[in-house]
Design a binder for this molecule. Sequence first.
Ligand SMILES: CC(C)(COP(=O)(O)OP(=O)(O)OC[C@H]1O[C@@H](n2cnc3c(N)ncnc32)[C@H](O)[C@@H]1OP(=O)(O)O)[C@@H](O)C(=O)NCCC(=O)NCCS
Length: 157
Amino acid sequence: MTEVILIPVEEWGGDAVHFLYDLLAQRRPEVNISHKAMPSFSQHEAFCASKPYAGWWLVVPRPLFDGAGRAVFQVPVGACYITKMGEIGIQISRAHQRKGYARTALNTLIEMHKGRRLLANIAPGNEASRKLFEGFGFKHIQNTFELEQHGNAEKNA
Ligand SMILES: CC(C)(COP(=O)(O)OP(=O)(O)OC[C@H]1O[C@@H](n2cnc3c(N)ncnc32)[C@H](O)[C@@H]1OP(=O)(O)O)[C@@H](O)C(=O)NCCC(=O)NCCS
């Protein structure tokens, strides 16, 4: 398995917010059911500061070691979270997809939450995500329908 570590967003420092904003900008509406409009950077900062998830991590390839044996952290390749309800979300930046990062991150999340009910909300057209979660034994249990009304986009941003 591709080696990654999950580093809590709050431990990474200031540029985590910028990295997460760039990641958000890569999301396509057809694969994303929770986020419709791109927020402004200040809205995004406020969202990050609100501690929106029970756990939120950057997905970072395992550190390399320099000549003196010091760990040199690499740049994050994605992010993942779990809500209080046990809903998991994972996103890997486009440049790093299909290298096994999401599989390893999901495996780590499952190990961290053994015995819990774990869920994934997946948009109908998101085949990559469906295959990823089904590969770990997640079963399709419901379809959720939404009535789009004026104001929904702002609430979900
Ligand atoms: C879904 C996503 C997280 C997968 O990340 P990834 O690091 O590329 O996935 P991995 O390389 O670990 O692939 C693991 C498995 O997922 C499935 N998968 C990943 N990308 C796929 C694609 N484009 N098409 C079909 N299956 C895919 C495959 O089953 C794959 O196993 P395989 O390589 O042996 O076929 C990534 O495509 C992504 O960030 N998408 C946008 C955000 C998103 O939709 N997140 C999910 C919401 S919960």
